[in-house]
Design a binder for this molecule. Structure first.
Ligand code: NAP
Length: 247
């Protein structure tokens, strides 16, 4: 990542590019969010459980790659999160945007009454506790700067208003992420930190090798919008396609 370094530390000021961190950034929606934030002139830290995956993903970013650094980060591992936050603090000095994208979906076809609770526990370890852990590690940097945008990538499957019995581990983890979003929004508003959740929209893209020639892909637009909100932007909301949806 280039620009503005002083004794190995980027000097922070509002005029400098925003620094964004994306968890689970080496593939899927995370990689698309990395690309779009870099396209908008941010310096993006692409984090990935395996740094080699992150390096490989950089190769897919074209010109945007110039604004992207890769770091290893496993959000279920407290030591990994602490090490990453220490690097961020020491090397970059701040973090303006955190996109909590990393998640697992490991439910099988069992519904709520029969789900293996070990699966629920493992899902919560990543989707809720890992997300919470990383947020706790980074929020102090945002508070100190009086600026921050936290975007929790949730899912409509976590909406209580539309709750169903399938995918119970994943659903309950996203409901909990939504609750965490509300709590943090309430707590951090006074520090200029806006915290929102979103369900990525889906778009159908032609993929000739597949059976019907198309596939649905999650889209990054709402996450990027929430990551770039103005100071008087909303906080504590749950969005899809830029529109509030029911919790
Ligand atoms: P994906 O392709 O399965 O990617 C998930 C990412 O999370 C991967 O980069 C994965 O890393 C990372 N990850 C998993 N566990 C991790 C951990 N312990 N520490 C750090 N990173 C970890 O998922 P996706 O479809 O792009 O979805 C991204 C986000 O959107 C998720 O929060 C998902 O719940 C949400 N979402 C997706 C859709 C959809 O249709 N795709 C719909 C609604 C919501 P590895 O590469 O190392 O496995």
């Amino acid at each position: 990542m280039g620009g503005g370094q002083n004794n190995g530390r980027v000097v922070g000021s509002a005029a400098e590019p925003r620094i964004a961190v994306v968890s689970g950034g080496s593939r899927g929606l995370g990689l698309e969010i990395v690309r779009k934030l870099a396209d908008r002139g941010m310096h993006v830290v692409l984090t990935s459980r395996r740094v080699a995956d992150g390096q490989a993903a950089i190769g897919l970013l074209g010109d945007a790659a110039d604004c992207v650094a890769v770091r290893d980060l496993d959000i279920t591992d407290a030591a990994s999160v602490a090490q990453f936050a220490g690097w961020l603090r020491g090397r970059l000095g701040r973090c303006d945007v955190l996109v909590n994208n990393a998640a697992v979906l490991i439910d099988d076809d069992r519904d709520a009454s029969s789900v293996d609770l070990a699966v629920v526990r493992r899902t919560l370890e990543t989707n809720l506790l890992g997300t919470w852990r990383l947020t706790q590690a980074i929020a102090p940097l945002m508070r100190a700067a009086g600026y921050g945008r936290i975007v929790n990538i949730s899912s409509g499957l976590g909406s209580l208003a539309a709750m169903r019995c399938d995918l119970p581990g994943y659903r309950v983890s996203k409901t909990a992420v939504n609750a965490m979003t509300r709590m943090l929004a309430d707590e951090l508003a006074v520090d200029g930190v806006l915290v929102n959740a979103c369900c990525p929209g889906l778009t159908r893209i032609e993929v000739p090798a597949t059976r019907d020639g198309t596939r649905l892909f999650a889209t990054a637009d709402t996450a990027v919008w929430l990551a770039t909100l103005p100071d008087d932007g909303p906080t504590g909301g749950f969005y899809r396609d830029h529109v509030l949806i029911e919790w």
